[in-house]
Write a protein that binds this ligand. Structure first.
Ligand code: GLU
Length: 493
């Protein structure tokens, strides 16, 4: 008996990798990692009109960025069309399928009759009972046909135990003889997907809940093809705050994996967040390292209830689910700083502020600075925007604190150059010395030291909030601080 776990991620390459697809991939991958099984990547590209090379590459890049690995593939469904056709022939030969020559109109007429009770629902598919010679005659008359699976008739049902949803049962009489090959010879998705799962020896089909409706039919196909039926785990849907299904069409880029990459997410933070959309542990824990997640993950822990992806469309601060942001911030602030540095490097490169010395003589300064400022950041892009003043001398000053902390206190126009002189005179630029200068200045001028401190913070960093003032000044450095304070006069003009 072969108990090997084999799962697959089987995206249709008709657009970018979206967060729903990524979540499916992640669940499959975690399950394979946990069980020591194999993960297969299968690109379901048989819809030639909608499948694109660009999308295939996007899916592969997205998975790679997320760190979702696979052991076999990518396989391309379109390469196996002969196999799909052979399976259909096998089903015809074994009497599990039949050729149906009915036109759409024929079928509709009969369905109407069945609705009125004039014929039984079983009589809607008349070709099911055609004698072989009648089939041959119709074929020689070149009448087009589709191939339908012969669903068992009479009392009975297809039942299976979904790992997430429990027992699902569908009566035979509620399943029509469904089409498996179109009249143009093209095998249909239900067949191709099942045939590929059989060939790939998939043991567990872990997919979105939208697949649930197909499962009874696919189980009939497995059985008719004499193949073992895999286990199924269907995942609940992800909805937007208004309870509408998340979709590329409706939510655009906000549901694309690449969007999160471009907006400063650490890939593991996104994985961690996506896993929580529809899966939880009994203690509702939220932060997991890769090893912890693999250890904790189970298909049984997938929630039946749909999850909400709390997209914030109009809030510039939280451009996405605040929980996603907070998970990302957690990693940004708590991972060893060494792991963050390469990401900051690429942010600074993008912002045109990278200095190769940060990997040379200024390495310690760079690491210390990143460590200092990251405690308030949420996304990597914050280093290039909010953190600009640390890495460049042309940085914007947030107008609000400029008004409140600087312009409102006219005296600062004179006091800034005075502090600059005092700070310049310090021999060793230490927190104690800086503190002494500020205290003495405040005392001499008979003002609150907060006025000087907030003013300096605003001028030196461009921001109202940030690390402690001594840390800021030491990090930015004596010379640059002095220079910035002297130039601050221009804001009063
Ligand atoms: N290609 C299908 C999709 O992207 C896969 C469904 C399945 O996993 O069986 O929805």
């Amino acid at each position: 008996m072969n108990n090997e776990v084999r799962v697959r991620f089987a995206p249709s390459p008709t657009g970018y990798l979206h967060i729903g697809g990524a979540r499916t991939a992640i669940y499959n991958w975690l399950f394979a990692q946990k069980t020591g099984g194999k993960m297969i990547l299968r690109i379901e590209d048989t819809d030639v009109e909608r499948s694109t090379e660009e999308s295939i590459q996007g899916i592969i890049d997205g998975l790679t960025w997320l760190g979702v690995t696979w052991d076999e593939g990518p396989f391309f469904q379109s390469h196996f069309i002969k196999e799909h056709q052979a399976a259909a022939r096998k089903l015809l030969d074994s009497g599990h399928a039949y050729k149906c020559f009915c036109t759409k109109e024929d079928l509709e007429r009969r369905r109407e009759k069945a609705k009125k009770g004039e014929i039984t629902s079983k009589e809607t598919d008349l070709c099911r009972g055609l004698a072989p010679e009648d089939v041959a005659a119709k074929e020689s008359d070149c009448i087009p046909y589709v191939i339908r699976l012969k669903v068992p008739r009479g009392a009975g049902s297809v039942a299976f135990k979904d790992i997430v949803y429990g027992v699902v049962e569908k009566q035979y009489e509620d399943i029509e003889d469904f089409v498996i090959v179109r009249s143009n010879g093209q095998p249909l998705y239900l067949l191709t997907n099942a045939v590929d799962d059989i060939r790939d020896r998939i043991s567990h089909v872990v997919r979105g809940q939208d697949g649930l409706a197909n499962t009874p039919k696919q189980i009939l196909l497995y059985k008719a093809l004499g193949a073992p039926v895999p286990k199924f785990a269907h995942m609940s849907l992800t909805l937007d705050p208004k309870k509408a299904k998340i979709s590329k069409r409706k939510h655009g880029e906000l549901v694309a994996v690449h969007f999160y990459r471009e907006h400063g997410f650490l890939s593991w933070a996104l994985v961690n967040f996506l896993v929580l959309l529809g899966w939880s542990t009994s203690d509702s824990r939220e932060i997991f390292s890769k090893e912890e997640l693999i250890e904790a993950f189970s298909l049984e822990g997938i929630n039946r209830a749909n999850s909400i992806f709390n997209i914030q469309k109009n809030d510039p601060k939280f451009f996405t689910d605040p929980k996603a942001i907070s998970v990302n911030a957690h990693y940004l602030r708590n991972l060893p700083v060494e792991e963050i540095l390469p990401h900051v490097k690429s942010e600074l490169e993008k912002a045109g502020m990278w200095d190769p010395a940060y990997e040379g003589e200024k390495r310690d300064w760079f690491a210390r600075t990143v460590d200092l400022i990251r405690s308030r950041y949420h996304v990597l892009t914050d280093f290039g925007t909010l953190g600009r003043a640390y890495f460049a001398d042309d940085y914007p000053i947030d107008p609000k604190p400029l008004k409140k902390n600087v312009l409102k206190h006219e005296g600062l126009k004179e006091w800034f150059p005075m502090v600059a002189d005092q700070l310049e005179a310090i021999e060793t630029f230490t927190p104690e010395e800086i503190e002494r200068v500020m205290r003495e200045m405040a005392e001499d001028l008979e003002i609150k030291s907060g006025i000087i401190i907030n003013g300096i913070r605003t001028i030196v960093t461009g921001q109202a909030a940030g690390p402690g003032i001594f840390d800021i000044l030491i990090t930015v450095g004596q010379e640059r601080v002095v220079d910035r304070l002297r130039k601050a006069v221009k804001f009063f003009e």
